[in-house]
Design a protein around this ligand. Structure first.
Ligand code: PGA
Length: 247
């Protein structure tokens, strides 16, 4: 586990983007696992800058997003497909066919989840999975209580996550109650994990995830079992960490 503490969200974005760019330059058909939410936005801004100013090439990059709300079409401005198009895909030379986000409108979630996993396997697995952490320790939509061996599936969101995410919707009643998410077990199969955290509201969850017991109470704690984890976290998110992390 490597933990890089940085001064600002911008620095977090730059550090994370540098790690991803190095991976993309070293391997054609690099497979990126991507996350939504406010945390990775500075990362996506820096990746766009690297593309425009330094020629970072996305033409052979393949992406898989962690999750999507059930019931929101890609055209809905709160769907994660829409978010990814707006925040990254529309601004780089990625082939839209190489970008994957779970389909929140599928009429057969079970089959879709199995297919999503098969697509990841078909391209040889994820090279680098970007993760944020929820205030309750979730990763993707794997809420506390999610099995650490869980796979891609449809599930119900907790009240806390619905409340956290209601800031993006006109009213809390508009927040979808279900989502499709990669499982914790799916995430752990990535070659590398890049965990980002920004803000004092993440400090307790981050410390529980990195220093607490590995537990279904804190799904992000599963990253302790992964051999290649790099955390890039802002100073305010790191305040509750006490250990000197070694790899
Ligand atoms: P945030 O969400 O980046 O918007 O804080 C992270 C998460 O809930 O996984």
């Amino acid at each position: 586990m490597r933990v890089n503490v940085v001064k600002s969200p911008e620095e977090m974005g730059k550090r994370a983007a540098a790690i991803i760019a190095e991976g993309m330059r070293s391997k054609p058909h690099y497979v990126l696992g991507l996350a939504t939410g406010s945390t990775p936005i500075p990362l996506y801004q820096e990746l766009i800058r690297l593309h425009k100013e330094e020629g970072l090439d996305f033409s052979t990059t393949i992406t898989f997003n962690l999750d999507e709300y059930v019931g929101l079409p890609p055209t809905h401005d709160q769907s994660y497909r829409y978010f990814m198009n707006e925040q990254l895909f529309n601004h780089v030379n990625i082939d839209p066919k190489h970008t994957h986000v779970p389909d929140g409108m599928t009429d057969n979630p079970e089959l879709h989840c199995l297919t999503y996993e098969a697509w990841i396997e078909d391209v040889g697995g994820i090279d680098c999975q970007v993760l944020g952490i929820g205030g309750n320790g979730h990763i993707a939509f794997n809420e506390p209580g999610s099995s650490l061996a869980s796979r891609t599936r449809m599930l119900s969101l907790t009240e806390e996550t619905i409340k956290d995410n209601s800031r993006f919707f006109a009213s809390i009643d508009d927040v979808p109650k279900q989502a499709i998410t990669m499982g914790v077990g799916t995430v752990l199969e990535a070659e590398n994990i890049l965990l980002l955290a920004n803000g004092a509201n993440k400090a307790a969850a981050l410390a529980a995830a990195l220093e607490g017991p590995v537990s279904v109470k804190v799904p992000c704690s599963a990253v302790q079992l992964h051999p290649e984890v790099t955390c890039v976290v802002t100073e305010d998110a790191a305040t509750a960490l006490t250990l000197n992390f070694r790899s």
